[in-house]
Design a protein around this ligand. Structure first.
Ligand SMILES: C[S@@+](CC[C@H](N)C(=O)[O-])C[C@H]1O[C@@H](n2cnc3c(N)ncnc32)[C@H](O)[C@@H]1O
Length: 274
């Protein structure tokens, strides 16, 4: 088991994932593929066995969908870029870091517009919680004011990086690792005025149907801001707005006030919970 986890993590695009999370995914895989597990045990987890290779392939595929697919080729360069940040080049270097993750890269030309539109609805609030944040907290400069910032993601290593950047750029921020599927109860304990959940609900739903509804109930923030990509990851293919209808229906059913807006690649829903 340990060697499988190690081999899964040896892939560059999965390297920043937590061992515990990879182990859970592996256990899920074996739960659904009991025969493979049995045969692997009989072969003492022989690395050259058909079963070992298949397990590696399947679990890595799943982890790429959850995490690896969003990482740009030069993702590991962010540490060096961080060390180059100075007072005079902050915006330039931070833009380069934001370009290393697909979601922030796509949003970069529109950050001013996105934050201006969100804050016009929510007002400038004291604390922002950013769930499944990726590298989005690094766009703090574009917020145009200085809220407290709580960044959360499944990857502890990415959060360590964000914490270092917060320290270097004197942002009043902290980080907390949460798996929003298996630990969604944890979000109850974090109080914020605004909660961002950008480009995440779709992939959480793939892991567990209806998880978003539990999550929305658990988030302890007055304002929730969701976003969805308008084009598929591979590029090109348009994702119909009607695909998000379930969220709007759910919000309406709860009687929450909401507003929608869009920028060229992304569709946003701003919800007032209380
Ligand atoms: C498409 S990216 C979006 C990143 C960021 N919200 C943005 O839009 O710039 C999805 C993010 O969700 C995180 N993620 C995936 N599954 C998660 C889970 N179960 N719990 C917490 N974060 C998760 C990934 O690590 C990744 O950073």
């Amino acid at each position: 088991m340990e060697s499988l986890v190690k081999d899964i993590l040896s892939k560059k695009e999965l390297r920043n994932l937590n061992k515990k999370f990879v182990k859970e995914q592996l256990e899920n895989y074996f739960e659904k593929n009991k025969k493979i597990k049995k045969r692997l045990e009989l072969k003492e987890f022989n690395k050259r066995s058909e079963e070992y290779k298949r397990t590696l392939k399947e679990v890595r595929k799943k982890l790429r969908e959850i995490y690896g697919v969003f990482i740009e080729k030069n993702y590991s360069k962010k540490e060096k870029l961080l060390s180059e940040i100075s007072k005079d080049n902050q915006e330039e270097i931070i833009s380069k870091i934001l370009n290393l993750h697909k979601s922030t890269k796509e949003r970069l030309p529109f950050y001013d517009e996105v934050y201006e539109k969100i804050l016009r609805i929510t007002g400038k609030q004291k604390t922002i919680l950013d769930l499944a944040c990726g590298l989005n907290p690094i766009s703090y400069l574009w917020l145009g004011y200085k809220p407290n910032y709580i960044a959360s993601d499944i990857s502890s290593k990415d959060l360590e990086f964000i914490q270092k950047l917060f320290a270097k750029t004197r942002i009043h921020g902290k980080t907390i690792q949460i798996d929003l599927v298996s630990e969604h109860n944890k979000v109850k304990n974090i109080k914020a005025e605004i909660c961002f959940l950008f480009k995440t609900l779709d992939s959480l739903e793939v892991r567990e149907k209806n998880i978003s509804k539990n999550l929305i109930e658990n988030i302890n923030a007055n304002w929730l801001v969701f976003s969805f990509s308008k084009i598929s990851l591979g590029g090109g293919k348009k994702i119909a707005k009607s695909k998000r209808k379930w969220l709007i229906n759910f919000i309406k059913k709860q009687g929450f006030f909401y507003k929608e807006f869009e920028v060229p690649n992304e569709y946003f829903v701003v919800v007032k919970k209380f």
